[in-house]
Design a protein around this ligand. Structure first.
Ligand SMILES: C[S@@+](CC[C@H](N)C(=O)[O-])C[C@H]1O[C@@H](n2cnc3c(N)ncnc32)[C@H](O)[C@@H]1O
Length: 334
């Protein structure tokens, strides 16, 4: 991703969409958006936001972690760095979604499909596979004498209805639509930009997915107090990490996610700014920070454990190393 917005009709030609400086508003304006909260009453607020920030700052100070300057590169074009970090600001997204809403109303365009439609479809079908496997294993554990494999397959698919799903930073909500096509039915999408939620709602209504719940919510100061069996993120942690306070915000992100994923549930992160091993390391750092000192791992398993990642993305060779443009990694919540 990193500053690249693709026009809806031309996914092969990366283009940078440049918000002018005047488009940027201060983070104070975000509290205005937070005040105009549109979350339904079953998602109450129980947490103290200042406390969250203080906790994350403390953790960052204590932990060996990349500092903001580590994220700066020695690129020749300093402007490119500035442009990239705009994606870490809500004002950037508000402007982007205002444009996308206009495009939707005038031309019916769905807007950006981040990382492309193929990646989105792969993430949805791969995630479904993981959930079906988990449901089947749970069933096998419960009914040892059970059913042949085909019964288990059918039951596993049926059980997708039991997987409550939250897509954080859902944007236009198309990943949720894709998950609905795979058989998931309890779907919620959140985004801190009201424009994103308006767009996602308009598209869901138009495309026959009106049952998807869509809410304005900042994942770093989430007002959701419900737990979900599956939490997905495609490009949101990337965007959060691009804020000048990215490292601290990433810690706050994992704090929130750990509260939102139900025990035994999954979080599936799709990123183009971090490779799989970096995401796994970030989660291990989080686990270590949260582990009680000298804890017994059998009594206190890590909060998240790496489960799997998508291996079938196209790869490319650079400087003797093989990599892929996008990483999708699943972690299991203890
Ligand atoms: C790269 S876009 C990806 C959008 C969508 N997930 C997709 O794949 O099309 C990043 C999204 O994260 C949202 N976002 C960034 N920071 C957020 C935060 N703190 N809370 C909620 N949403 C956030 C942005 O508004 C934007 O919609």
């Amino acid at each position: 991703m990193a500053g690249t917005r693709l026009p809806p009709e031309d996914t092969d030609v990366p283009q940078v969409r440049l918000p002018v400086t005047a488009d940027l508003i201060s983070d104070d304006d975000r509290s205005v958006a937070a005040d105009s909260w549109s979350i339904k009453s079953d998602y109450g607020s129980t947490l103290d936001d200042d406390q969250r920030h203080a906790d994350a700052s403390e953790a960052l100070a204590a932990a060996p972690y990349r500092t903001a300057s580590d994220y700066s590169s020695d690129k020749e074009e300093p402007d490119a760095e500035t442009i990239t970090s705009m994606l870490g600001f809500q004002s950037y997204w508000d402007t982007a979604y205002a444009d996308e809403l206009t495009n939707f109303h005038e031309h019916g365009h769905a807007g950006e499909v981040w990382f492309g439609a193929d990646v989105m479809e792969m993430v949805a079908s791969w995630t479904k596979g993981l959930c079906v496997d988990i449901s089947q294993k749970q069933m096998q554990n419960h009914h040892d004498n059970a059913n042949d494999n085909s019964d288990l397959d059918k039951q596993g698919e049926k059980d997708l209805a039991d997987w409550s799903v939250l897509d954080v930073g859902t944007g236009n909500g198309l990943l949720l639509q894709e998950l609905a096509k795979q058989g998931f039915s309890e779907l919620t999408g959140t985004d801190y930009s009201e424009g994103a939620i308006d767009l996602a709602q308009s598209l869901a209504n138009r495309d026959g997915f009106a049952s998807i719940k869509l809410l304005v919510d900042d994942i770093l100061e989430t007002k959701l107090d419900k737990k979900f069996r599956l939490v997905t993120d495609k490009g949101t942690l990337d965007a959060i990490g691009l804020h000048p306070d990215g490292p601290i915000k990433r810690i706050m992100y994992w704090e929130s996610i750990s509260r939102l994923v139900a025990p035994g549930g999954l979080v599936v992160i799709t990123s183009c700014n971090n490779i799989k091993d970096e995401l796994v390391q970030e989660v291990e750092n989080f686990n270590q920070r949260k582990a009680p000192e000298e804890s017994d791992i059998s009594r206190n398993p890590p909060i998240f454990s790496y489960l799997d990642h998508i291996r079938s993305y196209p790869t490319f060779m650079f400087g003797g190393s093989v990599g892929s443009r996008v990483a999708t990694v699943a972690f299991l919540r203890s």
